[in-house]
Design a protein around this ligand. Sequence first.
Ligand SMILES: NC(=O)c1ccc[n+]([C@@H]2O[C@H](COP(=O)([O-])OP(=O)(O)OC[C@H]3O[C@@H](n4cnc5c(N)ncnc54)[C@H](O)[C@@H]3O)[C@@H](O)[C@H]2O)c1
Length: 365
Amino acid sequence: MDRVGIGIIGCGNISAAYLKAARAFPILDVKAVADLNPAAAEARGAEFGIPATTVDGLLADPGIEIVVNLTVPLAHVEVGLMAIAAGKHIHSEKPLAIDTAEARPLLDAARAKGLRVGCAPDTFLGGAHQTCRKLIDDGAIGQPLAGTAFFMCPGHERWHPSPGFFYLRGGGPVLDMAPYYVTDLVNLLGPVARVAAIAARARAVRTITSQPLAGQQIPVEVATHAAATLEFVSGPVVTMVMSFDVPRHRHRPIELYGSEGAMAVPDPNWFGGQIEIGTAAGDWRAVITEHAYANGNFRIIGVADMAHAIRKNRPHRASGELAYHVLEVMEAVQHSSDEGRHVRIESRPERPAMLPGDLMPGDLD
Ligand SMILES: NC(=O)c1ccc[n+]([C@@H]2O[C@H](COP(=O)([O-])OP(=O)(O)OC[C@H]3O[C@@H](n4cnc5c(N)ncnc54)[C@H](O)[C@@H]3O)[C@@H](O)[C@H]2O)c1
């Protein structure tokens, strides 16, 4: 199959993972990298043997069909709109935008030009999560009724080299981490119908402890602990907590409870991990992951899926409509807390199609 030309805008912390994972997918032809900061693009390009250019130069390259947008959240829509104006499909890091008001024009602009929008996370395409999806669809826990989803840590200022953006508008534990959890839950259970939540901000200022900025104080504009209840259209009620204020805990990332049993779903920030099924009568038992893409970091598989989808003229899975729904749910967490009411979710994306169970390494359908 014809390879698809890719250009990466944003050469910060996460870009190395994308460039490394791109090597696993023969369809992806990474042609150039760019960044507002030319030194960042030069350094990342040199590390991976890929030409560094300017953002304008990358957008003008006719060999690039998909722009992968790895900039900070506040720049996602601006860069996305530039790529669409240049006639490129776009795949963005999460979140799709910092709110739905900003996201809708991006999706509309792409649709008007017949271009695709994709968005991280694509970890739900990982082997463990696809196996969980098959187990749910095959009735392994009966009718799903409830669940829990927990991401709780003491904050990213302990490890990220420039963590300020995590505490500004567009950051916070919900916009930063809930995309993994809500996307995986929508993959497993279908779309969310309504949300109730309380969100809190423990501190107005935090201190960076990672290098090279250790000791620097950063302002906190956003809630840093959110406790939410998500009711899914298909019925289940899931308790979700996202926090940068928790020193240590013992909850599993996701558990789902059904009429016939319970399932422990591995960390949705990764592609693999141990799945377990438990019943009222027996203990937990481990389930073997059979789907491909469970062992490794394939954080570009959503782009590879879009590339195959372009060539085969089929829908891509990590879609803008899915990411928009996830964003609407995340936005509802803050709205519910601010307004003291349940918030109805309007968007109703289809669950993305399951990946075939028999894919060879590097291949997609
Ligand atoms: N770091 C991680 O582990 C991680 C994991 C998953 C997802 N993400 C997501 O990836 C995105 C980037 O995160 P990061 O950690 O790599 O951030 P980063 O700050 O390390 O890098 C972002 C890069 O984007 C560049 N940039 C900013 N605005 C730009 C613009 N308008 N045009 C061109 N370049 C621009 C910056 O110069 C910087 O080099 C975020 O959305 C984040 O949520 C990060």
